[in-house]
Design a protein around this ligand. Sequence first.
Ligand code: FES
Length: 105
Amino acid sequence: MIKLGEWIKACNTDQVSSGKLFGFDHNEKRVLLSNLNGKIYATDLICTHAEADLSTGFLTEEGIRCPLHLSVFNLETGEPTSPPAEKPLKTYNVKIQENEIYVEV
Ligand code: FES
């Protein structure tokens, strides 16, 4: 059976202005919103390598850089583009309605 995602309201667009990161929890999910050049991406919040919180990482043109061992994850695909992380982050659909950001978890 296919499980359909649920759209949840994460925050408003002012909280994730360009270049900013915003992490939040929803039940057992931990999600990171990143605003790279005006576009909002949603991925897992926790690094797949050793569980660092990526909201304390660094946003670069290549994606989100982990604060602990500096792997970079592509925000479109969630794939790590530099070691030591090997597993991708999950990515989530995002929509914006009336200045509110919604994520399909
Ligand atoms: S915890 Fe993120 S690269 Fe090691």
